[in-house]
Design a protein around this ligand. Structure first.
Ligand SMILES: [Zn+2]
Ligand SMILES: [Zn+2]
Length: 208
């Protein structure tokens, strides 16, 4: 009789008190919702297997942990060949890859539009600016008001492009409290010690 016992990571099948041989276990999804991994010889939950449409049950024959380990091992041994292959693939499909990335960007940015106004005026000079126009001089530039305290330290527009507006991401974005400026005003304004800089700049500008 087959009895499943569960430990923290996987289910081991016990046959009459003994773990069955690899051969006996193969291809037997004995306990519903579980499957045998031929690599580590353990029976694991379906959720621990990657999808594979070519298999009858739609799941890979090896568990995700074994799959990652095998791929990592293969890559380490064949690094140069793999890098060359990737390079060739990219040069052959660069247009398609670029289109896919730009589509992804557009999708991500559009998810932010209800939260971040699509067009506004520069908070300093009042110039009309819009979100992601493709023209640097007409685009909204998000200004880090304070240095050193933001969650998003690098270019905020790139961050918007890479992330969809999920609740967690919205929280991060709001916590940064970015200003919206035109390219020119954003370029002139330093992030660090800006008040001191502005006071000095004003003093300089007033000097005849
Ligand atoms: Zn495994
Ligand atoms: Zn401006």
């Amino acid at each position: 009789m087959l009895m499943p016992t569960q430990d923290s990571k996987c289910l081991h099948l016990i046959v009459n008190g003994r773990i069955p041989s690899k051969k006996n276990m193969a291809n037997k999804d004995i306990v519903s919702g579980t499957k045998h991994c031929y690599q580590c010889n353990k029976v694991k939950q379906f959720s621990e297997f990657r999808k594979n449409r070519s298999r009858k049950d739609g799941l890979s024959d090896e568990c995700s942990i074994c799959n990652s380990a095998r791929r990592k091992n293969y890559y380490t041994k064949n690094r140069e060949i793999e890098l060359q292959k990737r390079k060739e693939y990219y040069s052959q499909h660069s247009k398609r890859i670029k289109n896919r990335v730009s589509l992804q960007y557009k999708r991500n940015i559009s998810s932010w539009i209800p939260l971040i106004t699509k067009s506004t005026s520069c908070q300093i000079c009042g110039a009309k600016i819009s979100l992601n126009t493709g023209d640097i001089n007409k685009s909204i530039h998000f200004d880090h008001r304070k240095s050193g305290t933001e969650v998003i330290k690098l270019n905020p527009t790139d961050w918007l492009n890479k992330h969809k507006a999920t609740e967690a991401h919205k929280k991060i974005w709001k916590s940064c409290n970015f200003g919206m400026l035109c390219n020119t005003c954003n370029n002139h304004l330093p992030t660090k010690d800006r008040i001191e800089w502005l006071e000095k700049a004003l003093k300089y500008a007033k000097t005849k």
